[in-house]
Design a protein around this ligand. Structure first.
Ligand SMILES: [Zn+2]
Length: 227
């Protein structure tokens, strides 16, 4: 009752469509849940995101929950997750996607889930790592666990904006390291990020994980463009 009254004055809003949430809806409204464009790639080993990594890094497969396009609802969700102080969006999509991935043979035998870490300065400004919130929700949905301190973002890498394309790529390649690698020996890891576009970040992280002893790496993200 009190909750319903509060919602009259402070309606909770679906971050994808800006519609008011009903009291039984949480975070993302039912309409968006059933209509946001899912990729279905977790059931297709040779999908376009997996192909993005061919010849670069020998990952097992890759998938993304949603397609995003400019000015679309998924892009708005991602924007709210990153800049709207709404870490629960990542957690929610993670849980939803996890309930799909738990039935996907390509993902089912993973030992644990590892998020791409955020640069310390950005983490301090934002207060959370959006990929980590996604990893935590995914772990819950898959009845698996997230290992948030395995991949470390190195402190010395500086701003990317004024560098050449090659210098930027090289900078990304050197940006990550693995802490206590004994934890990943011969393990199958699901490496997760919020968005996959060029794949450079995932490539750099996967390379470090393989060097440190991972046996198999599978990629999952919240969203990717149609490739
Ligand atoms: Zn909605």
């Amino acid at each position: 009752m009190l909750r319903d009254c509060l919602h009259l004055f402070f309606p909770r809003i679906c971050p994808a469509c800006n519609g008011a949430l009903q009291h039984h809806e949480r975070i993302i409204c039912f309409t968006c849940r059933s209509t946001l464009p899912k990729t279905g790639y977790h059931l297709q080993p040779d999908n376009p995101i997996a192909r993005l990594f061919w010849g670069r890094i020998p990952i097992h497969t890759a998938a993304s929950c949603y397609f995003f396009k400019k000015s679309g609802k998924v892009q708005q969700l991602l924007h709210e997750l990153k800049y709207g102080n709404q870490p629960e969006i990542g957690d929610e999509i993670g849980e939803l996607y996890g309930s799909d991935l738990i039935h996907a043979p390509l993902f089912a035998d993973a030992n644990f889930i590892v998020p791409v870490p955020l640069h310390a300065a950005r983490l301090a400004a934002r207060g959370y790592n959006q990929s980590e919130t996604f990893a935590i929700g995914l772990a819950r949905g898959m009845r698996n666990s997230a290992l948030n301190d395995l991949l470390i973002r190195n402190l010395h890498t500086e701003s990317q904006t004024r560098k050449s394309r090659f210098a930027r790529w090289q900078n990304v390649q050197e940006a990550y390291s693995v802490d206590r690698p004994e934890r990943l020996q011969n393990k199958h890891i699901i490496l997760v990020d919020d968005v996959i576009t060029t794949g450079a970040t995932i490539e750099a992280c996967a390379k470090r994980l393989f060097e440190a002893g991972a046996a198999k790496i599978t990629i999952a993200s919240i969203a990717a463009p149609v490739m």
